[in-house]
Write a protein that binds this ligand. Structure first.
Ligand code: ARG
Length: 566
């Protein structure tokens, strides 16, 4: 596919002697179609050329040669606006649809590690973990689509002092609970009860602490119970992953780093920065602008969440040689990752690795009942929530299209798609409002709206008797504003994915899919697709096919499946 931005940048480069790679990053896509297809803001060069942007623009317009595919250059204020030959644009774009759309090699040779989902064993999989699972999963797919080598890691919370408590509770009252039947519910009850007991009995608390230490030291009884808790919990989590279609390349949770922490402590000890404080070993980070020290080892010798993350960084650098390592959690863990990333600089690994560490934080999910904390929020169970989404979707489908076949399968795609899209609809740092009527509105800016538009493209194609062959499509039938709007959006697809990875922000793709769906609705309303003029019909049906392909690929990248009917 011809890269229009690149061609424009090269032409500007010829007359300015500034590198075209740099110029290319300045080129924008104007919102108003009157302002051309690409726009170059000349203020970017004002400093270098020591002239006012307007003068630079007029000057450059005179010098730049109008070569194909450029048809016209206009100056508006300090901007140079470029117009591209519409037929070439249409040909380049639709040829891509014919040859397998959306393949890219931007990320070739680069390794990305994404740490996401990571629920905690013996605790509910809550709505904050859902958001991590959905955002992380979308990033995973999008990096992969761009040709990166991606590793998705589920850093399970399967270690820590809480397991000392659970083991003690189980030892004391295990036979009173039917743990196999509803593991997480029952283990939570035990956890609450043992916490109460610890408050009143110093000895019990001591036993709990010792249990975790024993677990870390490999005590067989503790290990056996811990393993059982883990297996039971994973079975529960898998139900949610099956509904969402989530997959991971690695399930190495916190416990995996159990035997890898002594090395971390050794390295840190050698730096002289690891100091004793009230029996614990800590690293002060005040000189780095972080007021809370990072605790590496507790006073009883057991390790911490932070130590395990440090061991994980060392392991991931060695194992995956990552260019970027992303951590998808709520913003509540901002301090934790600041500390860990700072201490990681003491591990003696290449700067490439410490520079590649990035916390991808997201906001809270607000239910109509109020704040749902990602830490304590075990109010709504995720499995229930997802199943509710499916049954609500089924009710709507039942009303709209009572004769539909495979209603259950479609309801699953629509219900789950609605929940996923809602998680990705707005910038991730924003708190998210979870409201059933909004997320399931077929006419709103929602997952179901995108699915609905896709279904419409498929029904247009079947009404027309199939997709016409590309060779017969007359591209000059697609030069009206509604068609061109769609073609331009499709042309920009790779650029959109690149923006997603530059910002680790899947909502850029969600927004794009809404724009594309809306552009198709306008096209559909303004242009008669099934037409007496066969050439016009073929061209419009082909464009409809292209929209369907892009909507489906884009939605799939977000983790949403498309129904054929709804
Ligand atoms: N299990 C943690 C939690 O539920 C999230 C883990 C995130 N990943 C990490 N490497 N710390 O809060």
């Amino acid at each position: 596919m011809l890269k229009f931005k690149k061609i424009i940048a090269e032409e500007i480069s010829k007359v300015t002697n500034i590198k075209s790679e740099e110029l290319e990053t300045y080129i924008e896509i104007p919102k108003e179609t009157n302002n051309g297809d690409y726009s170059f803001p000349c203020f970017r060069l004002a400093k270098e050329l020591k002239k006012a942007p307007q003068i630079i623009a007029t000057d450059l317009k005179e010098k730049i040669k109008i070569v194909e595919p450029i048809t016209k250059i206009e100056v508006i204020g300090g901007y140079l606006n470029f117009f591209i030959n519409k037929e070439i644009l249409a040909k380049e774009t639709l040829e891509e649809i014919e040859n397998g759309f959306g393949k890219s090699e931007i990320g070739k040779g680069k390794n990305i590690v994404i740490d996401y989902s990571a629920p905690n064993i013996a605790k509910p999989f809550h709505i904050g973990h859902l958001r991590s699972t959905v955002i992380g999963g979308a990033l995973y797919n999008i990096y992969k689509q761009l040709g990166y080598n991606v590793t998705g890691i589920n850093h399970l919370g399967d270690y820590g002092t809480q397991f000392g408590k659970l083991i003690e509770g189980y030892k004391l009252w295990g036979n009173e609970y039917d743990i196999k039947k509803d593991p997480i519910e029952e283990l939570t009850k035990i956890y609450i009860r043992i916490n109460e007991a610890c408050k009143n009995d110093e000895q019990i608390l001591e036993n709990c602490r010792n249990n975790f230490k024993k677990l870390e030291d490999g005590d067989s009884y503790c290990l056996k119970i811990w393993k059982e808790f883990k297996d039971l919990s994973l079975k529960e989590f898998q139900k949610v992953y099956d509904l969402l279609g989530s997959k991971f390349d690695s399930w190495n949770g916190e416990a995996f780093y159990s035997d890898k922490m002594p090395e971390v402590i050794q390295i840190l000890e050698k730096t002289g920065k690891l100091v004793e404080s009230q029996g614990a070993k800590i690293i002060n980070l005040e000189d780095k602008g972080i007021n809370t020290p990072c605790i590496i080892e507790k006073s009883n010798g057991s390790t911490t969440y932070a130590t395990r993350d440090l061991a994980a960084i060392l392991y991931r650098a060695r194992t995956y040689d990552f260019d970027k390592a992303l951590y998808v959690t709520s913003y509540e863990q901002t301090l934790h990752f600041k500390q860990v990333f700072e201490v990681a600089k003491l591990l003696g690994i290449d700067e490439k690795y410490t520079n590649g560490l990035e916390h991808i934080s997201f906001g809270m999910v607000l239910l109509p009942t109020g704040k749902m904390s990602t830490r304590e929020g075990n109010v709504v169970k995720l499995n229930d929530l997802l199943n509710e989404a499916i049954s609500r979707a089924k009710q709507i489908i039942e009303q709209k299209n009572p004769n539909l076949e495979n209603k259950d399968e479609i309801a699953k795609k629509v219900g789950i798609g609605a929940v996923i899209f809602n998680d990705l609809a707005n910038g991730r740092v924003k708190d998210e409002i979870f409201d059933w009527d909004t997320i399931l509105n077929f006419q709103g800016e929602t997952g179901p709206y995108i699915q609905y538009t896709y279904v419409r493209t498929q029904s247009v194609i079947s009404k027309a008797g199939g997709v016409p062959s590309f060779e017969n499509v007359k591209l000059n039938k697609l030069l009206d504003e509604y068609s061109i709007k769609i073609i331009k959006l499709i042309y920009n697809f790779e650029d959109i994915l690149k923006q997603v990875t530059d910002n680790n922000e899947p909502s850029i793709l969600s927004r794009y899919l809404i724009d594309l769906a809306k552009a198709y609705s306008n096209f559909y309303n303004e242009n008669k697709i099934i037409n007496d003029d066969k050439e016009t019909q073929d061209a419009r049906v082909y464009l409809t096919h292209a929209v369907g392909e892009v909507l489906r690929l884009g939605a799939n990248l977000l983790g949403i499946e498309m129904p054929d009917k709804m």
